[in-house]
Design a protein around this ligand. Structure first.
Ligand code: ATP
Length: 370
């Protein structure tokens, strides 16, 4: 357990490719931090730099106030769980878990105690004499975690640990990892490109794109107040609807105009935009989440002053919700509505929304203006 600081961390690979640019992050003891972003955005590179498996090209990596850039991986007191599990096939589960402790030359009694404790924590007691090939994917993953936690590392790193499991098992293991964190209260950094894992596991999430940090925040804040269009589109499923719009001012009130629709902005939002120099005639992009569009009679009544009309192009029934893919004057909009919606393909639909839920993005910088 430990504090970890990344200060202006950069990574340029020998071929000149800049994979990580000016990464800054302070992680508190016991925090569960997620690195999330699309393939190739630099998540694994950053994790591997922390582990010591990749040289750091610039900046400082600090553990408990000590700079560790040049320390060997084994001296950093960090354990890593890999996507591939990386278990030794010829060793039993017990031997796999003992391995790092034998290397560290701990006395056998201590080794036995730690392995038994980790096996208990992870529910592996009955599997200790098996070889990896006689285990399921989820069990192998637990052994890989066991091998990491027996070391009582200061920091536990996990690189897409669940990506080789099927969806159901991934869900179960997600809950187990949450429990493990509760139990160990260790500092964990977890890499994933799966936003459900990110949102459910992380105390804080680092959203990355093209080697750059886009936003570092709690899951709730990322969802409610994305810093820019990238984060807004990345967090949330189905993804946020984006539409080209023009700010229009009339009689002291501010609207966003989408095709022929005028959507009035609440005064507080209008004031923020004016303060930032955004006024009549300025082109922007507006965003609204699918779950903030409704077609039920109650919501249509509640928000009768802010509605749009379109034609259902695709209908998806998901059990607890339904998705309507709607064409509104040539804009493709997704609405996640109640499962009992009567709307089907070809129907015209009226969607209501709360104009407090509208996001407005700067077309030049992609910054969220509100
Ligand atoms: P994924 O989710 O696909 O694992 P990632 O976000 O973890 O992606 P990284 O593996 O960190 O991405 O890679 C970041 C970028 O660095 C990618 O564009 C990748 O092609 C590049 N890269 C990785 N390793 C090297 C290397 N040894 N030499 C040059 N470029 C590399």
């Amino acid at each position: 357990m430990s504090d970890l600081n990344l200060k202006h961390i950069n990574k340029t690979y020998p071929n000149g490719f800049v994979a990580v640019k000016d990464f800054n992050l302070d992680i508190k003891d016991g925090e569960f931090v997620i690195f999330v972003g699309p393939s190739g955005c630099g998540k694994s590179t950053t994790l591997r730099m922390i582990a010591g498996l990749e040289d750091i090209s610039g900046g400082d990596l600090m553990i408990d106030g000590k700079r560790v850039n040049d320390e060997e991986p084994k001296d950093r007191d960090i354990a890593m769980v890999f996507q591939s599990y990386a278990l030794y096939p010829h060793m039993t589960v017990r031997q796999n878990m003992e391995f790092p402790l034998k290397i560290a030359k701990l006395p056998q009694s201590e080794i036995d105690q730690r392995v038994d404790e980790a096996a208990k924590t992870l529910g592996l007691e009955s599997l200790l004499d098996r070889k990896p090939k006689a285990l399921s994917g989820g069990q192998r993953q637990r052994v890989a975690m066991g091998r990491a936690i027996v070391r009582h590392p200061k920091v536990l790193l996990m690189d897409e640990p669940l990506s080789n499991l099927d969806a159901k098992l991934r869900g179960q293991m997600r809950v187990e990892i949450s429990r493990l964190h509760e139990k160990l209260n260790s500092t964990i950094i977890y890499v994933t490109h799966d936003q459900t894992e990110a949102m459910t596991l992380g105390d804080r999430i680092v959203v990355m794109s093209d080697g750059e940090v886009q936003q570092i925040d709690t899951p709730q804040n990322l969802y409610d107040s994305p810093a820019n269009k990238f984060v807004a589109g990345f967090i949330g499923a189905p993804q946020m609807n984006f539409m080209d719009a023009t700010i229009t001012e009339k009689n002291g009130e501010m609207f966003v105009k989408v095709s022929d629709h005028l959507v009035k902005l609440p005064k507080e939002k209008a004031d923020i935009l004016r303060k930032k120099g955004f006024g009549d005639g300025r082109d922007v992009t507006i965003g609204i989440r699918p779950e903030d569009l409704w077609d039920s009679p109650e919501m249509l009544e509640k928000f009768k002053d802010s509605t749009v009309h379109g034609t259902v192009e695709v209908y998806e029934m998901l059990g607890s919700t339904s998705n309507l893919y709607v064409d509104i004057d040539g804009h493709q909009v997704t609405a996640t509505v109640e499962p009992d919606t009567k709307k089907r393909v070809g129907d015209t639909v009226t969607l209501a929304f709360d104009n407090n839920k509208i996001h407005v993005f700067d077309n030049d910088t992609n910054e969220n203006l509100l």
